[in-house]
Design a protein around this ligand. Structure first.
Ligand SMILES: NC(=O)c1ccc[n+]([C@@H]2O[C@H](COP(=O)([O-])OP(=O)(O)OC[C@H]3O[C@@H](n4cnc5c(N)ncnc54)[C@H](OP(=O)(O)O)[C@@H]3O)[C@@H](O)[C@H]2O)c1
Length: 247
């Protein structure tokens, strides 16, 4: 792991999933700005990049063979950023099981499979960092399969921290509300910038933080989690109704 409190990625080899747009593109750009030696930009359809330190990598999270291929192509990775996910617009927890499984296959199983495949790589490269992009929806129970998949991945992130402690891997979970990316194009609500979220994520990689709460909404939400369910959920439902009204 890096020395404490450094915000530099100097000499590090970063792999970002879902790298082509939104938060992923920011992870690539700011990784380069912070001095990464190499950034693997993983995506379902690779694109060209204008910095020789960027290596485009084909990676579809729903392909069970993809993690082994990625490990073979990127054996020097010491920062894995699980950023890719889907959030279908018609998603509801009472919806068709096939659709819920599709969401879980990407956001949970695909992400976990890649984490497990790269865990030995991170170990071999000095411990490294595993950064999972989660969501405030892990805690606010939006009535969607997406929220359930992020809650499951939050739990898995915390479990991986324990499992990988012995090899010195820093496992970071990032939770955040609305970010201004293509994923939230249909929501007319206040949003934070992708740049601000990524800056906080990379600061955490450098300073040993384990959980990043990347906006005010998520920080406020965390303080409410200890209140009794009879108080918490009426408030949660009010927030969700307010959000739904903006679509
Ligand atoms: N935007 C928000 O408000 C918000 C809030 C909280 C958390 N997040 C999280 O932030 C992360 C980034 O999302 P974003 O806002 O940047 O959304 P986005 O622009 O929709 O980006 C999602 C990325 O995931 C990729 N992806 C989807 N399915 C994939 C698969 N099967 N294999 C590989 N890549 C796949 C997409 O690739 P294609 O280009 O091929 O579709 C896309 O690049 C996600 O984990 C999301 O859940 C977002």
């Amino acid at each position: 792991m890096q020395s404490p409190r450094s915000t530099s990625l100097s000499g590090r080899h970063v792999l970002v999933t879902g790298a082509n747009g939104g938060l992923g593109e920011q992870f690539v750009a700011q990784g380069l700005e912070r001095g990464a030696a190499k950034v693997y930009a993983a995506a379902r359809s690779t694109r060209s990049w204008d910095d020789p330190r960027v290596v485009a990598l084909d990676l579809d999270l729903t392909d069970p063979e993809a993690p082994a291929r990625a490990v073979a192509a990127a054996p020097d990775v010491d920062v894995l950023i699980n950023n890719a996910a889907i959030a279908p617009s018609d998603d509801t927890i009472t919806g068709p099981e096939e659709e819920l499984r599709r969401i879980f296959e990407t956001n949970f199983f695909g992400t976990l499979r890649l984490s497990n495949a790269f865990a030995p790589v991170l170990g071999a490269n000095g411990g490294g960092t595993l950064l999972n992009i989660l969501s405030a929806a892990a805690w606010i129970s939006m009535p969607t399969g997406y929220a359930a998949s992020k809650a499951a991945m939050w739990s898995a992130t915390n479990a991986l921290r324990l499992q990988l402690e012995g090899q010195g891997t820093q496992v970071v979970g990032l939770l955040v509300g609305m970010i201004d990316t293509p994923m939230t194009a249909g929501w007319d609500v206040p949003k934070v910038t992708a740049a601000s979220v990524v800056a906080q994520a990379y600061d955490a990689v450098g300073d040993g933080t384990l959980e990043v709460l990347a906006d005010g909404t998520t920080r406020d939400l965390k303080t409410r989690l200890s209140t009794p369910a009879e108080e918490l959920y009426p408030w949660v439902h009010e927030q969700i109704a307010g959000l739904a009204a903006t679509r």
